[in-house]
Design a protein around this ligand. Structure first.
Ligand SMILES: *[C@@H]1O[C@H](CO)[C@@H](O)[C@H](O)[C@H]1NC(C)=O
Ligand SMILES: *[C@@H]1O[C@H](CO)[C@@H](O)[C@H](O)[C@H]1NC(C)=O
Ligand SMILES: *[C@@H]1O[C@H](CO)[C@@H](O)[C@H](O)[C@H]1NC(C)=O
Ligand SMILES: *[C@@H]1O[C@H](CO)[C@@H](O)[C@H](O)[C@H]1NC(C)=O
Ligand SMILES: *[C@@H]1O[C@H](CO)[C@@H](O)[C@H](O)[C@H]1NC(C)=O
Ligand SMILES: *[C@@H]1O[C@H](CO)[C@@H](O)[C@H](O)[C@H]1NC(C)=O
Length: 344
């Protein structure tokens, strides 16, 4: 598929540029892989339980047969009734792990203290659970927790499922093998190599002020978590067409799928902004200020909250891995949710 090779080329180019940029940073601390953090090998359930919470696993089957895993964080110290549910959906190439993977601070035993003094955990999933919400971590098809299917066994019928997913919008990406090799050649330093070889950093960039370098091996062990290749192609189509529209299959298949030669745009005027809060930042490479403005221009009315993160270098990844994610973002999220805690 031509779009595939273009994508790989762009990746390689980005890698080179990124590695070049990486080398201009000077880290004083030495980075060592010697000590293995147990979080590197914990899955979502184990991470939740290791922090003293109770984990529930549920499965959702989509109309087209994918079986997606979703996890629930249960705070055993709180009554289960009357808790408002919050669904946390990860971003591109990630998984539900995002919301609980930052360094552990404020475990379950601090539940009471949290209510009394409003201290916020640096993991949004745990922060919400500590504040009494019913937290659900969802996963998109194609990531670590979204590869099962009603018709195919991903392990036994590896080739079949790959072909099937490819045809139907799946096709898992093996990006790290390619990028890793290149990163190894270009980025000599250990830390740089880890950053350079990680697809997430390639796409989203990184902010060394907010990145906890000691924790990098843990982050890298969980991300990227994979996604369907078409998902990435869809994002790229958006960049090329400058339109926020459905997947472009090409003229003939578009007609079959949508009844029109070009894919229909998402109609953003239909969104009710009164119940939506948006968070954005100056230094976000993916959701950059122009894109945020595009969104504002398209929707009708004002958002419930239109919040610019008060940290100039705040980047895309800092929302989940930022050393000060609680201070700059999660506290605001909790404040917004507080308004809906009692009346729906
Ligand atoms: C980093 O490692 C190098 C080589 O092992 C060593 O010479 C240097 O002293 C270390 N620097 C720090 C700050 O630990
Ligand atoms: C790395 O770990 C090995 C085995 O645990 C140990 O023998 C070695 O001293 C460690 N090296 C450093 C630099 O900590
Ligand atoms: C609030 O509670 C947390 C968790 O127990 C604790 O670490 C922190 O020091 C407390 N802060 C204040 C201002 O009491
Ligand atoms: C995948 O889903 C099937 C049901 O279609 C189930 O029997 C199987 O255990 C699942 N496999 C995994 C690895 O979750
Ligand atoms: C950084 O990560 C290390 C290792 O997980 C952890 O011990 C430390 O508390 C983290 N620092 C911050 C500011 O989160
Ligand atoms: C988008 O939705 C609005 C409100 O339902 C409607 O008035 C408008 O015609 C739609 N625009 C397009 C291009 O479909």
């Amino acid at each position: 598929m031509f779009s595939h090779s273009i994508f790989v080329n762009i990746l390689l180019l980005v890698t080179l540029i990124e590695c070049f940029l990486c080398q201009n940073f000077d880290f004083s601390e030495n980075f060592s892989h010697n000590v293995t953090d147990p979080d590197e090998h914990r899955d979502v359930v184990q991470l939740i339980e290791s922090r003293g919470f109770v984990a529930e696993t549920h499965y959702v089957t989509t109309d087209d047969g994918y079986i997606l895993t979703i996890h629930r964080i249960v705070n055993p110290y709180l009554k289960r009734t009357k808790r408002k549910p919050v669904m946390l959906q990860h971003g591109l190439l990630s998984s539900g792990v995002d919301w609980i993977i930052n360094a552990p601070a404020l475990g379950i035993e601090q539940s009471k203290a949290v209510f009394q003094n409003k201290t916020v955990s640096n993991n949004l999933g745990f922060a919400l659970s500590l504040f009494g919400y019913d937290v659900w971590l969802t996963n998109s098809r194609g990531n670590t927790y979204g590869v099962n299917h009603t018709k195919f066994n991903p392990k036994k019928e590896d080739k079949l499922i790959r072909d099937f997913f490819y045809e139907e919008g799946g096709a898992f990406l093996p990006p790290n093998s390619v990028v890793n090799k290149l990163a190894e050649m270009v980025c000599k330093d250990f830390l740089f190599r880890d950053i350079c070889s990680n697809l997430l950093f390639l796409i989203a960039g990184y902010d060394h002020l907010q990145l906890n370098e000691t924790r990098l091996p843990v982050y890298i062990a969980h991300a990227p978590a994979g996604t369907s290749a078409w998902n990435l192609v869809h994002f790229m189509q958006g960049i090329v067409s400058k339109k926020f529209q459905k997947f472009d299959y090409g003229g003939i298949k578009n007609r079959l799928k949508y009844g029109t030669k070009t894919p229909p745009s998402y109609n953003l005027t239909k969104i009710d902004t009164r119940y939506i809060a948006i968070f954005h930042s100056q230094n976000d490479w993916l959701a950059d200020p122009d894109d945020v403005q595009f969104l504002r221009d398209q929707v009708k009315g004002h958002f419930l909250l239109d919040y610019k993160v008060q940290f100039p270098k705040w980047n895309h990844i800092d929302y989940i891995w930022g050393k000060e994610a609680a201070k700059y973002v999660y506290i605001m999220i909790l404040r917004v949710l507080e308004k809906f805690k009692f009346n729906p």
